[in-house]
Design a protein around this ligand. Structure first.
Ligand SMILES: Cc1ncc(C[n+]2csc(CCOP(=O)(O)OP(=O)(O)O)c2C)c(N)n1
Ligand SMILES: [Mg+2]
Length: 886
């Protein structure tokens, strides 16, 4: 409200008229009239600034609250036990040392928000419901275990092993499906990823439904966020998409305890009002739950708005301060500002003033908000719940800046907590911090069991396996196994052909989900628009400009492709939703997400890591990969390290194939392992845009391709004394290696065996595994690594070249017998002709040749002058700049 009221009588008349309309004709009509009035004012040029905010009050007024149907006393007792056990889990874990850590304050602020959901809203998957999907705030995990303990799903022994995951008996620090695959579904503790993934999960449920793959109509996605977490760009970055896609199956609950780890989220402002404006502006349904029921009489009595004014002028730093103190302090510093407010609470005791709770601690207000969110159609809903961080912790942390990290509570605070929540623990036993449980036949246990039974069972729960899919035989990709016979194509092209073949497969074609971030044309996939359609819930409301063309831009309600726009994090989140659909929707689908490889692992690496945790199954395709192969685009496009990053993710199986048949074998193996055998792995494959001829698959190469190395071309037989080298390569640079073998033979009389190495990373993993086994079994016959087995009987030094950093091929060094030299593309990329780039980065045929000769010279097989001769012959200047320094 702005300025003083210059004519109160006139104001009153307008307000009376409005109230009359609301009473007689309803709020919809009132809104219509107000909008007409504002519209008219704007047309007449009166400045009517837009405000996306509503008053600092509950969005749902008392008279429109849905009634809470539960037994509040029983629920309170259950919740109090959960609160205590949650706190006890952390205190027990840190009793002797604080090495293990854990969080108390976050869950204590959110306990009621979770409890109302568990008691009344969240369905477990069952025969008649697909199950709701709840993204739980990571550091609230103790509260979730505490409930699971009461429900009998987790034992006391497990609670005592909180954060002790190594032996496999304890419970995980945070939600990690990798560590608790029957329990947790969504890793949320890298903050910002949960909300982002939840949005795309909700959209993917719509996709499954529209495409007839699963009935997801009743299912909701609930995402819990911290208010501090909303500072992550990922948290709010996709909220526009959620409203554009009308995701009314999505509910965000933001626990606004006004604090993050170090201090207040917005000490000088109001995080709730700020978020309200952002979400309303983005087209969401916003429900603020600020004040508990005890405030209702005061708000009703606030005839002239003095209370609201005070609520609005207080900044979060002050609200936090009040809750870190006591009732008398609140009387003095909140109500004490004006005689009118003071009078309002004059008849209330300090304890009653302290009991003026925040909305996020009041089950009635929360129930009403959740019920309203559930009914809301056409928009996603965000619930902004105001709470107190460390609620109930008293002196030990309630509302204090240190509370997030607090892992200990003194005797006095424990006593206070016990009394506040009426917990049956004697003074003598308090120091033991015992876990509380209800007797099996108690009313509380019956209530708890009944509530969850009514909602289909316990949550969270995760499905490990779904139905196996029937994968076609490798011959389905027959065309790719043959030579291209004079035709030059890129590996991207051969991949697109494989994808097309899969999309047409009668059994699994429907389950293939191609995902692109506005790069289809780059990858030659535009033909798929028309054929398979781009998913759109509204179909196509326009005649596309290119409608008269064969490959027009077709949007369709049944579209199969997900075209995510220039949005790698979103596309990655869609891929994750699809790649975990076997678990979260009991509907296996096969996502292929293809993108510029540079904007993959380094841009969305944290999401890929989360995908690993979630046991995602699917294919990631790093397109136009290779530092020198994508040549014209320069430093921010040319990827020479995504394979190094991929190697850091334990269940990511990665390949850098050169030839069509290699891709066919790899994709086929991925399908078999992930969808037939249901292994919890995913594939990363790089694809290139250089055109060349592809040979037919050498007989019996499959096993070697998959292991990561096979003999591509054997050099001519030579005697012991003849010069011989072993040349290794991957991706397009394998072709330079092949050319180098020819130069070595022609120019220097050196024979070479050529190995195609589609996966240095898989080779290293296998080698390390053998080495580890040998370490642990010192007296047994040692295992030989696959690399060593390949090279053991081969003569000559080994040289490897790839289009990636040297670290990539260097991975197998421990397993290579004899001398090993690695060429790679360390340094910043740049734009130029491929030929020049490969010379600059020292990975071309000439460098491979020189490197092989140098290794021969180092072992005394040829004089050093031969190497110098080679440098001269190929025009390599010895003082050429070092690519890593330029
Ligand atoms: C990406 C990321 N950055 C930092 C952290 C460390 N961290 C864990 S909890 C936390 C504070 C959380 O505050 P808020 O989101 O408000 O949640 P609350 O505990 O208050 O409910 C921080 C900084 C993290 N887990 N993830
Ligand atoms: Mg917070």
């Amino acid at each position: 409200m702005q300025g003083p009221d210059v004519d109160p009588t006139e104001t009153r008349e307008w307000l009376d008229a409005l109230e009359g309309v609301i009473e007689v004709e309803g709020p919809e009509r009132a809104r219509y009239l107000l909008e007409r009035v504002l519209d008219s004012a704007r047309r007449k040029g009166a400045p009517v600034p837009y405000s996306a905010n509503t008053p600092y009050l509950n969005t749902i007024p008392l008279e429109r609250q849905d009634r809470h149907p539960g037994d509040r006393a029983i629920e309170h007792r259950i919740r109090s036990f959960i609160r205590w056990n949650a706190l006890a889990i952390v205190l027990q874990a840190n009793k002797h040392s604080s090495e293990l850590g854990g969080h108390i304050a976050s869950f204590q602020s959110a306990a009621t928000l979770y409890d109302v959901g568990f008691m009344h809203f969240w369905h477990a998957p069952s025969a008649n419901h697909g199950g709701d999907l709840v993204y739980i705030q990571g550091h609230s995990s103790p509260g979730i275990y505490a409930r699971a303990f009461l429900e009998g799903r987790i034992t006391e022994e497990q609670l005592l092993q909180f954060r002790q995951e190594v032996d496999g008996k304890g419970i995980a620090s945070y939600p990690h499906p990798w560590l608790m695959p029957d329990f947790w579904q969504f890793p949320t503790v890298s903050m910002g990823l949960g909300p982002l993934m939840a949005i795309y999960q909700a959209r993917f449920l719509k996709y499954l439904h529209f495409r007839g793959l699963a009935d997801t109509e009743q299912r909701k996605v609930w995402a819990f966020l911290g208010d501090g977490e909303t500072d992550e760009p990922e948290s709010l970055g996709a909220i526009g998409l959620a409203s554009r896609e009308k995701l009314d199956n999505l509910i965000f609950v933001i626990n606004c305890n006004l604090q993050r780890l170090d201090g207040p989220v917005r000490g000088n402002g109001k995080i709730i009002q700020e978020l309200e404006a952002e979400f309303r502006g983005a087209g969401w349904n916003v429900i603020k739950v600020l004040w508990g029921s005890t405030w209702d009489p005061l708000i009703a009595a606030d005839a002239n708005g003095a209370l609201l004014k005070r609520m609005e002028e207080c900044v979060d730093g002050e609200f936090q301060d009040f809750k870190s103190k006591n009732g008398a302090y609140v009387r003095e510093h909140f109500f004490g500002k004006s005689p009118e407010l003071k009078a309002m609470v004059a008849s209330m005791s300090d304890a009653e003033i302290w009991g003026l709770s925040r909305g996020g601690h009041d089950p009635l207000k929360i129930y009403a908000a959740y019920a309203a969110a559930l009914k809301h159609k056409g928009q996603p809903t965000v619930i902004l719940a105001k709470t107190v961080k460390g609620y109930g912790m008293g002196e030990a942390g309630e509302g204090q800046n240190i509370t997030h990290q607090q892992k200990k509570m003194g005797e006095a605070s424990l006593k206070e907590f016990r009394d506040r929540f009426s917990l049956p623990i004697s003074d003598e036993r308090l120091h033991e911090i015992p876990f509380l449980k209800f007797a099996a036949d108690s009313t509380e246990m019956k209530y708890l069991r009944n509530r969850r039974a009514a909602l289909g069972g316990s949550l969270p729960t995760r499905r490990r396996k779904s139905a196996a899919l029937e994968i076609p035989p490798l011959t389905a990709f027959e065309a790719q196994l043959k030579s291209t016979a004079g035709r030059e194509i890129s590996t991207t092209m051969s991949f697109v052909r494989i994808l097309n073949a899969l999309l047409r497969d009668k059994k699994i074609g429907k389950r293939v989900v191609p995902i692109v971030p506005d790069e289809s044309r780059t990858f030659g996939m535009e033909g798929m628009f028309r054929q398979f359609g781009i998913f759109s819930q509204v179909g196509q409301l326009y005649r596309p400009e290119d409608a008269n063309q064969l490959m027009f831009y077709k949007e369709d309600r049944n579209g199969q492709m997900l075209q995510e726009g220039i949005n790698e994090p979103g596309a990655m989140s869609s891929w994750i939703a699809a790649a975990t659909s076997y678990s979260n929707s009991n509907t296996p689908v096969i996502p292929f997400y293809i993108y510029y490889s540079m904007f993959g692992l380094q841009r969305v690496g944290d999401l890929v890591w989360a995908a690993g945790d979630m046991r995602a199954r699917g294919f990631l395709l790093g397109g136009t990969a290779g530092r020198t192969t994508l040549n014209g685009e320069g430093l921010q496009h040319e990827d020479g390290h995504s394979h190094v990053l991929a190697a850091t993710i334990p269940n990511c199986v990665s390949y850098d194939p050169t030839f069509s048949y290699e891709i066919a074998v790899i994709v086929h193996d991925g399908l078999r392992r992930m969808y037939e055998k249901q292994e919890d792995i995913f594939f990363y494959i790089t694809l290139m845009n250089e055109n060349y001829e592809h040979p037919a698959m050498p007989e019996g190469a499959e096993a070697g391709i998959l292991k990561g190395m096979y003999l591509f071309r054997e050099g001519p037989p030579t005697d012991e004394k003849a010069l011989r080298v072993q040349l290794l390569g991957s991706g397009t640079i394998l072709r330079e290696v092949i050319a180098a073998a020819d130069l070595l033979a022609a120019d220097f009389g050196v024979a070479a065996d050529i190995w195609s190495v589609p996966s240095f990373t898989e080779l290293r993993r296998e080698g390390l595994d053998a080495e580890r086994w040998n370490l642990l079994h010192p007296t047994e016959k040692p295992r030989m690594s696959y690399v060593e087995a390949c090279l053991a009987d081969r003569r000559g030094p080994v040289v490897a070249a790839t289009d990636y950093m040297k670290a990539f091929a260097d991975q197998i060094r421990p397993f290579v017998p004899g001398r090993y030299r690695v060429l790679g593309t360390d340094g910043f990329g740049r734009s130029d002709y491929r030929k020049k780039l490969r010379s600059f980065f020292e990975v071309d045929r000439h460098f491979v040749t020189v490197a092989a000769l140098k290794s021969l010279s180092d072992q005394g097989a040829v004089p050093a002058s031969i190497v110098a001769e080679a440098l001269g012959r190929y025009g390599i200047h010895p003082e050429k700049p070092n690519p890593i320094q330029t």
